[in-house]
Design a protein around this ligand. Structure first.
Ligand code: GTP
Ligand code: MG
Length: 240
């Protein structure tokens, strides 16, 4: 049986983006399927997702009752994909910040690595388009801070365009992962790294969304600020 990859796309009010994004993902490689996790988007994204799934047997949808957050959306997607024996599981935003054209590079890198991170800050170069300078500085220094606190040896620990071999997700106790936003990205990579999995970073160009609204919140930033310390303590206690 040939190995397949599952691109997990959480959505909340992405009706302008999702119907264009999904075919572009499918076009990148015949081994890729898409799983949309929609949290009862008031704008009808869930119904659009159902139509996409009706049109292609490579598209699947999970509907959740309300806005339950990004972290639990990905965890639901990981569990769904592991049960169905996908070899590779991807995280990807629906807002075109993550260019589907990078997916083949992820697949290439997965041949040699267990976790592949799409990186905006690789080798001292910043590959972010259209972010206000304040947001860029926040993200950049958040990464410096996260690296300092956790020791995680990557340039971009908070990015949300990434891929895991299924073995990595099977080895992580997903029930114990409790973060939501940026902290979720750091936590997943930390747990993989501490289990000895090999992490690669590949350069991606991150483009700010042009359609739909941001769901970024102060709460998500606050979570990340203290959660990295919790991760460090868990690490010292040997609990990662
Ligand atoms: N299912 C689900 N998806 C979510 C939730 N929050 C955000 N998303 C989706 O997660 C992805 C990333 O969210 P964004 O709003 O783009 O957050 P961001 O990338 O930090 O900020 P912006 O790019 O400025 O909007 C998008 O596809 C959102 O639709 C949620 O609670 N549930
Ligand atoms: Mg975004």
């Amino acid at each position: 049986m040939t190995q397949r990859g599952l691109v997990i796309v959480p959505t909340y009010n992405e009706r302008e983006n999702l119907p264009r994004l999904v075919p572009m993902i499918l076009d990148q490689d015949p081994r890729l399927d898409v799983l949309i996790i929609d949290d009862a988007s008031p704008d009808g994204t869930g119904e659009l997702a159902d139509q996409l799934a009706a049109d292609s047997n490579r598209v699947h949808v999970i509907h959740r009752a309300g806005k339950l957050g990004l972290g639990t959306a990905y965890l639901a997607g990981f569990r769904w994909g592991l049960e169905r024996r996908y070899a590779w599981l991807f995280e990807m935003d629906a807002d075109f910040s993550h260019d589907p054209a990078h997916l083949p590079q992820f697949l290439e890198s997965l041949a040699n690595y267990d976790v592949v991170l799409g990186s905006r800050y690789l080798g001292g170069r910043v590959t972010v388009v259209n972010w206000p300078i304040g947001r860029l500085l926040l993200s950049y220094y958040a990464n410096v801070y996260a690296r300092f606190v956790t020791g995680l040896p990557v340039a971009d620990a908070t990015g949300g365009f990434k891929a895991f071999r299924s073995e990595v997700l099977a080895a992580i106790d997903l029930d114990r992962v409790e973060s939501e936003g940026y902290a979720f990205q750091i936590e997943m990579s930390m747990r993989a790294w501490k289990k000895g999995f090999r992490i690669a970073e590949i350069p991606i160009v991150f483009v700010d969304r042009t359609l739909g609204e941001s769901k970024m919140s102060k709460k998500i930033i606050r979570e990340a600020v203290w959660k990295v310390w919790k991760l460090r303590i868990l690490d010292i206690a040997g609990k990662l």
